[in-house]
Design a protein around this ligand. Structure first.
Ligand code: HEM
Length: 285
């Protein structure tokens, strides 16, 4: 049967036009929060300030997809899962799409007054930073096609390392716009530091064994807790040690804090990587 030339436009096929379950699952995953928010908005509303809620939800998912796209390379290596590479582009493009929608919703929130939008972007530092991130994400999304990859050659890789500074921008924008609660931006900052640490070790050709992953989990949990306490001490005059020591309270008192989530995630990655390495070793015997 002749191969349909249109199949390459559908994200659930591979280059040979075969159905690719991992890509299909990833496509549903990236679609779900956006479609879910739109349906909830249409059916039951999003409360008294629906546009603000939508800006926040879509912005949150934009950051999550950006960090997940950065996690593809470490995870495919640590989990012996090379096929993960086939969803990296989809995650990155999803991050860009969510942030474009985030920006459009902001324009709606400003009642389409583009002069006001422009002046706010110039005057408010968190919006200036966000706008630089938006332009960067757009540049990466536009140049993510196979044709662009070929055309840019070696420069493509160089250009796409911009995803890391954009990650920094995303976390700073997230922190700066948060008013009283910085739990999620602190956690995203912790995850981003984990990704940067893995990359630094990889560049230095250090073998990232389960022991190294365990050290990363513990060390970066401490950094996350210190970062959160410092932020509250500087931005809201809370006492540093009170915020820091709150990490040792039982989770029932106000849920797990960012450092707790950081530790759980770090331990999960360590255990999963160790079990994958072991099963790989046994199979290779
Ligand atoms: C890389 C680019 C960007 C990322 C990753 C991003 C992400 C986020 C995130 C995660 C939030 C917080 C959501 C929450 O609190 O749950 C947020 C809030 C917000 N962002 Fe962005 N954003 C970006 C660019 C922009 C741009 C270009 C604008 C507009 C010019 C913008 C306007 C806003 C506004 C108005 C808020 C809500 C602030 C508030 O409620 O006071 N963002 N963004």
């Amino acid at each position: 049967m002749a191969k349909s030339p249109y199949k390459r436009f559908f994200p659930w096929y591979d280059r040979a036009g075969r159905f690719f379950p991992l890509k299909a699952a990833c496509f549903l995953f990236v679609l779900f929060p956006g479609v879910g928010t739109a349906i909830t908005w249409a059916v039951e509303g999003l409360g008294p300030r629906p546009v603000t809620i939508a800006i926040h939800t879509v912005g949150d998912w934009g950051v999550r997809f950006l960090l997940l796209s950065l996690a593809v390379t470490p995870f495919r290596r640590l989990f012996f899962w090379p096929k993960l590479i086939f969803v990296r582009r989809m995650l990155g493009v999803a991050a860009a799409a969510y942030i474009v929608i985030h920006f459009c919703l902001y324009v709606v929130d400003q009642k389409f007054d583009l002069g006001k939008v422009a002046s706010e972007i110039v005057l408010r530092i968190y919006l200036t930073i966000g706008f630089v991130g938006l332009v960067g994400l757009l540049a990466l999304a536009i140049t993510s096609t196979d044709g662009m990859m070929k055309r840019l050659g070696k420069n493509w890789r160089r250009l796409h390392t911009l995803a890391y500074p954009i990650g920094v921008i995303a976390v700073i924008h997230f922190m700066l716009q948060s008013k009283s609660n910085v739990s999620e931006p602190v956690l995203m900052g912790g995850f981003f530091l984990w990704l940067m640490t893995w990359r630094a070790l990889d560049r230095a050709r250090v073998e990232v064994t389960p022991a190294v992953l365990l050290a990363m989990a513990i060390g970066l949990t401490a950094v996350t807790a210190l970062g959160e306490a410092s932020w509250y001490a500087l931005a809201s005059n809370f006492r540093f040690e009170r915020v820091f020591l709150a990490n040792f309270n039982p989770p029932a008192m106000g849920g797990l804090r960012p450092a707790g989530w950081m530790l759980l995630t770090g331990l999960f990655v360590t255990a999963f990587a160790a079990s994958r390495a072991e099963s790989f070793r046994l199979r290779g015997r």
